[in-house]
Write a protein of this length. Structure first.
Lengths: 116, 112
């Protein structure tokens, strides 16, 4: 799982509550990403950030929000506006300015969110 | 949107056999990447092939890319039980900010 940590590993939320998922990396990567994975499916991009204090919507941003105040951290908030939030959430980061691994994304271990 | 589509969705083989997975995509790409995911875990990068490359090797992995057909294949030779996982292709669209678009994956089961 490289130098990316996600917490918590499991998260339970009641309907109508906002919840924040943590993602921290110590790889000195500029770019960070949030994906959602549903059972038996591939990953869908929620938000991404190329640099501190900047982020862009992905394909399924509705009901989610992010911030990028520090290079190491890219927290994701799942708001009550997200109608079907139960899923596996994966955070990733991408390498520095040059090198063999520049285009490779490094993934965290994921957070499994369940809405009760 | 999902660009990469893997085929087959599931594959079951015996140890020692080769496993081949295919991926098709729709638009122009900078590169195509293959990732592996063990159940309930994050993804691990396996190999990247650029749009101007046709074949690449890494250990027991062989990847091909046919940009005219917009398709790629991943071959795992001499498979082991430890290769049991889901395998995803991901395309990096030309002009994108390294936004990877993932397919639904192939679930590989290797039986001892």
């Amino acid at each position: 799982d490289g130098g990316i940590t996600q917490s918590p590993k499991y998260l339970f939320r009641k309907e109508g509550q906002n919840v924040t998922l943590s993602c921290e990396q110590n790889l000195n990567h500029d770019a960070m990403y949030w994906y959602r994975q549903d059972p038996g499916q591939g990953l869908r991009l929620i938000y991404y950030s190329q640099i501190v204090n900047d982020f862009q919507k992905g394909d399924i941003a509705e009901g989610y929000s992010v911030s990028r105040e520090k290079k190491e951290s890219f927290p994701l908030t799942v708001t009550s506006a997200q109608k079907n939030p139960t899923a596996f959430y994966l955070c990733a980061s991408r390498g520095g300015a040059s090198g063999r691994s520049y285009n490779e994304q490094f993934f965290g271990p994921g957070t499994r969110l369940t809405v009760l | 949107s999902q660009q990469g589509e893997e085929d087959p969705q599931a594959l079951s083989i015996q140890e020692g056999e080769n496993a081949t997975m295919n991926c098709s995509y729709k638009t122009s790409i900078n590169n195509l990447q293959w990732y592996r995911q063990n159940s309930g875990r994050g993804l691990v990068h396996l190999i990247l092939i650029r749009s101007n490359e046709r074949e690449k090797h890494s250990g027991r992995l062989r990847v091909t890319l046919d940009t005219s057909k917009k398709s790629s294949s991943l071959l795992i030779t001499a498979s082991r039980a430890a290769d049991t996982a889901s395998y995803f292709c991901a395309t990096d669209e030309s002009g994108g900010y390294n936004k990877l678009i993932f397919g639904a994956g192939t679930r590989l089961a290797v039986h001892p």
